[in-house]
Design a protein around this ligand. Structure first.
Ligand code: URA
Length: 238
């Protein structure tokens, strides 16, 4: 972006006034005085100062919730060139990224943002945002198995924190059940590993909610912007 336009976009001065400031040799980019009015700024990477004070564009924060289909990765790209959830977000120019991960085979709720502070907070182990999953598991877990799940169990060398599980539907003939599972942690493949540990491996997995945020009518493969209330709620989580 041309330097005078950049200065104006930062709300510091009009474009014409910005030119005057440049000619007065008061503008530095990456520590060097800007000599030319036609100078172009890389708005993401350059450090721009006026009278030794840093200026910057107000960041446009984006918060969306995507209903991830199975068969998408949640990282930018991988070595197998599999489709990424970012391929589904076509009309947002800001660089956004997912808060946490979902497995390639898992579907459901994924929040994406460019708000690094919120991402850091919600993925930090000490913030206990409940995540609700709906899992189709092999077999029908007994009360005893569900208690093990709720008390915490060992996956590898780690004991999981108390979690919740309840059967919401079952099919004895086809030998599977649909369970609602709530966990606070977010370890790699945690739900799959916990279900396997009680001998009821996951056949399909979907995340239905993160705290109070739900997919609320967002079709599979589509996304919606979070409401102001939802954003405030996420920011207020301690
Ligand atoms: N737990 C899993 O096992 N997989 C996910 O994608 C999310 C939670």
């Amino acid at each position: 972006m041309r330097i005078n336009k950049y200065i104006a976009s930062c709300g510091v001065a009009s474009r014409r006034k910005a030119e005057e400031i440049i000619l007065e040799r008061r503008v530095k980019v990456n520590g060097k005085i800007v000599e030319e009015l036609s100078f172009n700024v890389d708005e993401k990477n350059d450090l721009v100062e006026i009278d030794e004070k840093k200026i910057g564009l107000n960041k446009n924060y984006i918060y969306i919730v995507l209903n991830k289909p199975e068969g998408y990765i949640t990282t930018v790209k991988d070595q197998f060139d599999r489709p990424s959830v970012l391929d589904l977000v076509t009309d947002i120019s800001e660089r956004i990224y997912p808060i946490g991960r979902l497995d390639y085979e898992t579907s459901g709720l994924l929040i994406l943002t460019n708000d690094g502070d919120l991402t850091y907070k919600l993925t930090h182990p000490k913030h206990e945002v409940a995540k609700t999953y709906v899992a189709r598991v092999k077999g029908i877990p007994s009360a005893e198995k569900m208690k093990q799940f709720e008390d915490g169990l060992y996956i590898e060398d780690y004991k999981t924190a108390p979690a919740k599980i309840r059967i919401i539907d079952k099919n004895e003939e086809k030998n599977y059940s649909i369970c609602e599972i709530k966990i606070h942690e977010g370890r790699n493949r945690q739900v799959r590993k916990m279900c396997k540990a009680i001998d009821h491996p996951v056949q399909r997995l979907k995340r239905a909610a993160m705290g109070k945020i739900t997919l609320k009518g967002t079709e599979i493969g589509k996304y919606r912007h979070l409401t102001t209330e939802e954003i405030e709620y996420l920011k207020a989580i301690k």
